[in-house]
Design a protein around this ligand. Structure first.
Ligand code: CA
Length: 426
């Protein structure tokens, strides 16, 4: 299936929430991403909201839904989701200004500056993939100069089952993990704080309707089972990882924290920003269960991603965060979200509403588009210089890492993902 363009994508449409009409705003009326929020500092239950300009619209208070259960909302089929999006868009549109509905909905708005968030849905299961081919190649080179990419990479969307319990929402800090590490020249491992703490720039794909155990989701239906996309930082302890990852893959190096953005940008909102899926000349074509016409035509998401670092010193000096990474998903991802869903379920594995699929580190082909410090510093061998004279190989206590993303295209209104930020503490 494909997601059609409709009146909710009309570039001329503006909102009576004036901040949504500002140029460069992440949350114009064409976006309408979903999250869970409450008044900052309150102990209220989290409610389902949609970001509009610098406000959050409380969907239940606006009479649009009768639940606080995001997962129940995500289980709806695309036609139902599309109908809800149309209602929200119509009600927020400028031509509703002065109506009784506008007066009621205005009371259901909360400024984002006065809100706090939680993980946007209950994530039952989380799987991390490895779709960034430039990341896989660069990291592979550090370990295996003669064979950077494993022979299965161009045939199988590589992934592993991650841990959902330690996924946290943007704005939170986490403790530097401790663990076992072993220097290559040491006889035995030692125990202590991670010394090679890194980030991974990823997208998180959220599952909408699930599938029954024993049934597979075909590639042509896969997108109907996607609810939307958020930013995802898969914090990684490289020294723990190097010692523990063989033979079963990442474990404690990855499961101490992962940070998501508060907002899920829906597949409907992303409809104007799709791109063809292609394979480079000479690469194998996907096996039939990973190949479909809609996927070829527009399987890719044209999203620009950036990473910023603000050190404790920058914060103390009032200096802006420094940009580390700037790249595009279309240049980074070797597999599409639909292919990940088709592959994950081809053996009968059941996905459930709210499950999260990490894309893997989305590094572009050039060094300035590298999505981890491991790549930017050549495995910690070459420190990067920050604008204020500080240097980094890996993250230090007090460092805040911020992921940002947006979509921009001629004829469409730019939409953004907000941000996913997290701070390392000792
Ligand atoms: Ca990862």
């Amino acid at each position: 299936m494909t997601y059609p363009l409709d009146a909710t994508h009309d570039a001329q449409r503006q909102s009576w929430v004036e901040s949504a009409n500002a140029a460069g705003c992440d949350f114009p009326i064409q976006n309408l991403p979903f999250g869970r929020f409450r008044a900052a500092g309150s102990t209220d239950a989290f409610r389902i909201g949609v970001a509009i300009g610098d406000q959050v619209l409380d969907l239940r208070a606006a009479g649009l839904i009768d639940t606080n259960d995001m997962n129940a909302l995500m289980a709806a089929m695309p036609a139902e989701r599309r109908a809800l999006r149309q209602k929200i868009s119509d009600g927020l549109a400028k031509d509703k200004e002065g109506s009784a509905q506008q007066a009621a909905w205005a009371k259901a708005l909360l400024p984002q500056a006065q809100a706090e968030y939680t993980v946007p849905c209950r994530v039952g299961d989380y799987t991390d993939f490895y779709t960034g081919i430039h990341h896989a190649t660069t990291i592979g080179k550090l370990f295996r100069p003669d064979q950077p990419l494993m022979p299965n990479y161009k045939w199988v969307p590589i992934g592993y089952h991650g841990r959902a319990s330690s996924i946290v929402v943007s704005g939170q800090s986490f403790k530097r993990p401790q663990g076992q590490t072993k220097a290559p020249d040491a006889a035995e491992p030692s125990f202590g704080p991670c010394r090679r703490l890194d980030y991974e720039l990823e997208l998180g794909f959220y599952i909408g309707p699930g599938n029954a155990l024993g049934s597979a989701i075909g590639i042509d239906d896969a997108e109907a089972h996607l609810f939307g996309v958020g930013l995802f930082n898969d914090w990684s302890a490289r020294d723990l990882q190097a010692w523990e990852y063989q033979p079963l893959g990442p474990f404690l190096a990855k499961n101490f924290a992962s940070t998501v953005s508060p907002w899920i940008v829906t597949m409907e909102a992303l409809a104007p920003f799709r791109a063809p899926f292609t394979r480079p000349e000479g690469d194998p074509q996907p096996l039939p269960y990973l190949d479909g016409e809609a996927n070829r035509q527009q399987g890719q998401l044209d999203i620009t991603l950036e990473v910023y670092l603000q050190t404790a010193k920058m914060r103390a000096d009032g200096a802006a965060p420094a940009r580390l990474t700037h790249g595009r998903v279309t240049e980074a991802a070797y597999w599409t979200a639909a292919q990940l869903v088709a592959h994950h379920t081809v053996n009968g594995c059941n996905l459930q509403p709210g499950d999260l699929l990490g894309s893997g580190t989305l590094s572009g082909p050039t060094p300035d588009a590298a999505g981890s410090l491991m790549e930017l510093t050549l495995g910690g061998k070459q420190a990067i210089a920050l604008p204020n004279g500080e240097q980094r190989t890996f993250l230090q206590d007090g460092d805040t890492l911020i992921l940002r993303g947006w979509c921009e295209r001629e004829g469409a209104v730019r939409i953004g993902f907000g941000e996913a930020s997290g701070t390392v503490v000792g």
